[in-house]
Ligand binder design. Sequence first.
Ligand code: DGL
Length: 264
Amino acid sequence: MDNRPIGFLDSGVGGLTVVRELMRQLPHEEVIYIGDSARAPYGPRPADQIREYTWQLVQFLLTKNVKMIVLACNTATAVVWEEIKEKLDIPVLGVILPGASAAIKASQHGTIGIIGTPMTIQSDIYRQKIERLLPEVEVTSLSCPKFVPLVESNELSSSITKKVVYESLMPLKGRVDTLVLGCTHYPLLKPIIQNVMGPTVKLIDSGAECVRDISVLLNYFEINHSREGELPQHRFFTTANAKSFAEIAETWLNKEINVEHVTL
Ligand code: DGL
């Protein structure tokens, strides 16, 4: 048993999609979350900068005495997960492998689409992981750089957002039976994405899939929360405006939360 919190990081609000699923599946675990909204989006940045920023977020979480770190960000996972995992002596999880395995499981005809930030798509990591598991699938990747700024500004269902999602996803329409939301911000746009792709296309939420792996690791290392005592006291930190972060977070998590501004 280990009652320390689990640390989550993202470039902004996207990692909340992972936290929401954690709260549903593992309600006794305590969350420390840091979102770097002041510097989002990470996706168009060079790899060295993404590495530097992600390490800063990791260092911040380590000061909060976390028992595990989740890179709730595909872009950070693509660039620096292996390195962080090697260097820390607590478990470190990314979101890409769970998303890749779930896509293979869901796909009926072996036609899988991946959408993500420019860095995630450029890294080609989803294709590599999927083809290593199942070489005969057809993977089509597409970068959607306009999605994250819309989510960060809480434009989740405006007509502009609907237009951008429609235009961006056209190249994939009718070509895939499964679509991996390879950016943790994208599940916030899920109803629009589903509407554009059509009801038969399976959407894979890589962040939500990763919660199953969190659960497995907590069991394996015997570091689950003891479930005794008070309810978990989750804490959320943002490098940008706490009020704007709280607006998105409270709607998405459907509860009041404590958000603090932090300078890294
Ligand atoms: N939510 C992140 C991801 O999963 C990063 C988005 C961004 O900052 O570009 O890729």
